[in-house]
Design a protein around this ligand. Structure first.
Ligand SMILES: Nc1nc2c(ncn2[C@@H]2O[C@H](COP(=O)(O)OP(=O)(O)OP(=O)(O)O)[C@@H](O)[C@H]2O)c(=O)[nH]1
Ligand SMILES: [Mg+2]
Length: 390
């Protein structure tokens, strides 16, 4: 079956570029004819320099050129969103490309990106930061610095080192991904690089296969760059927002909240049991057990709700949960014991960093270490034993 490929090119004041880019893409399209039916879709936002008039003349010359006109300038993401919906609905695209009008994106990489899709990728990135790719030598140092350091920064913040070029605007995307991801991107993601990063983050989160193909980014020769300082600020703000919302929805945070509430419950329960019961030992034990029960219920209903236990499993798993929690108490006791033996937990040995007039209590240090190691064990045991993945 011959597949429809639509190369989407947003334009804003690109009058000098639309003819050369159409010509260059036409040459590549000619080599694809046996397998693909390729088109260019320009998405113009009423460019004041008459870009759309030139495109309308190109349409008379090249049958593979199409134009979508927006009523107002809405940013790169907005243009892509409109363009993708049009490409899928009206042009029946199987695969779309994101492509810049300024010929920065080497069109000769299109066949390679298409074969990556044939091999199972659902999003293919044209990547500047891998062997075989690169950025222009003549870029001023600050633009090189921003591009390279910016991408490293994003990799660190996202905690993902597999993807090398997060901001690239050269991409091949399958219909499935467009249908799933585009409706999820709100108007917050329409400015600058946030569209590109947001699209990539959501595609990865949805479990699609993303691969990279290297290319050399060519500097634009015609027209002006739309890149400004607000791009950088918007990008950083967007990444922080994404990471924060990931943290708020993460299992680890829920686990910490449940654990913290458990500690509070244990404390309060002990207070009441001590009044009600003759034996301190018994009150102490019951208080722990109350907290363990509450933790078990909340972890099952919330932290691990995607792996919720069947009613028949509950007794056995609750026993396991008790053992795991006991293990964590044992770890904490051991660390406290070692702390006392080698440093003397109760001597409140402090060492002074006189310059800062700052004192560190090693006893507290051991307590914190004990709690952290205990928590680490708990999280491990819960996610790998009690609520292990099916
Ligand atoms: N329709 C539309 N296109 C836009 C808008 N902003 C940018 N573009 C287009 O998106 C593409 C990428 O923008 P560029 O200005 O080249 O940004 P860049 O590639 O990061 O920077 P330079 O290559 O240095 O200019 C170009 O084809 C622009 O014409 C917009 O608001 N609406
Ligand atoms: Mg460009």
């Amino acid at each position: 079956m011959i597949k429809r490929v639509v190369v989407i090119i947003p334009t804003y004041n690109e009058s000098g570029n639309v003819a050369p880019v159409s010509h260059a893409l036409g040459k590549i399209f000619a080599t694809l004819k046996s397998q693909y039916d390729p088109l260019i879709l320009f998405v113009d936002d009423q460019s004041p320099d008459g870009t759309s008039k030139i495109i309308k003349n190109l349409i008379k010359k090249y049958s593979y050129v199409k134009l979508l006109e927006n009523k107002r300038k809405g940013g790169l993401g907005h243009a892509y969103k409109k363009g993708m919906i049009y490409a899928l609905d009206k042009l029946k695209a199987d695969i779309v490309f994101e492509f810049d009008a300024d010929l920065s994106h080497d069109p000769s990489k299109i066949p390679l990106m298409l074969s990556a899709i044939e091999s199972g990728s659902q999003l293919v990135l044209g990547s500047r930061y891998m062997t075989g790719g690169g950025i222009p030598n003549n870029w001023p140092w600050y633009r090189k610095f921003l591009s390279v350091i910016g991408n490293i920064f994003i990799r660190v913040l996202m905690g993902n080192f597999k993807i090398r070029d997060w901001t690239t605007g050269y991409r091949a995307i399958t219909r499935d991904v467009v249908e799933k991801i585009v409706p999820e991107l709100s108007h917050h993601a329409f400015q600058g690089y946030t569209w590109q990063i947001g699209f990539l983050v959501k595609t990865l989160q949805s479990g699609y296969t993303v691969t990279e193909v290297p290319f050399y980014f060519r500097d634009r020769e015609q027209g002006a760059s739309k890149l400004g300082p607000e791009y950088i600020i918007n990008t950083m703000r967007y990444i922080m927002k994404v990471r924060l919302s990931q943290l708020l929805h993460s299992r680890l945070l829920k686990f910490v909240i449940v654990g913290g509430s458990g500690a509070a419950i244990q404390f309060i329960a002990l207070h009441f049991y001590r009044r009600a019961l003759p034996s301190f030992q018994l009150a102490f034990f019951l208080a722990i057990e109350t907290a363990v029960l509450s933790n078990f219920i909340w972890n099952n209903a919330w932290t691990f709700k995607d792996r919720k236990l069947k009613p028949t499993q509950i007794p056995g798993k609750f026993f396991q949960f008790n053992l795991a929690s006991g293990g964590s108490i044992l770890i904490q006791q051991t660390i406290a014991f070692l702390g006392e033996k080698f440093i003397g937990l109760y001597t409140l040995f402090t060492f002074q960093l006189s310059t800062f007039n700052f004192s560190l209590d090693t006893g507290a240090m051991f307590a914190v270490t004990g709690i952290l190691v205990g928590m680490f064990w708990n999280f491990f045991a819960y996610s790998h034993i009690v609520w292990k993945k099916k």
